[in-house]
Design a protein. Sequence first.
Length: 200
Amino acid sequence: MLILLQVTAAEVLPPGLSIAVKSGKITAIGEQLAGGPSTKVIDAQGAYVTPGGVDSHVHLDQDNCPTGDKWVSGSRSALAGGNTTIIAFVSQERRHESLLPVLEEYQRRSRGQSYVDYGFHFILTNPTEEILQQELHVMVEKHGITSVKLYMTYPTMKLGDGDMLEVMMRTRELGMTTMIHAENSDMIDMYVFCSQLSHD
């Protein structure tokens, strides 16, 4: 079905242009686009027509970061806010020697539960040699996961400098993005300790 959207907001496109959409894809933008008998016309005068947003930092049904949202409520909220894609975190715990069962569990939680398109980032807390040399490649090639997150703080998640460097060297080879939760854990611990002393 062809859908014509009349866009009149000058800040987006010149007034009077229409957008033709077929099978979920934009097929034409222009003036006085021709339609057929099955064409559905949506008048968007006075409104903005924009691409769907991508929220690339989402915590849903995550083991180490409890939130009020599971996949159904979180993805519905994303859609209500104009986001059509979300990228959620998959969290490896220190005890996990492999990423594959962890990913399978998070895929199970999300399967059939999302109102929007989605993908995953991997939080790495135990970057074993097997993970670095074999599994990250599988994540990229087979599962489309192209980013990881590393933590410099929180005892159950933080990595030392050596591990962080090893991960970053490997992700660079694979063309992956590496995000870092960057805080100085020792300074934070010292501040908390001194604050407690001053209240005693």
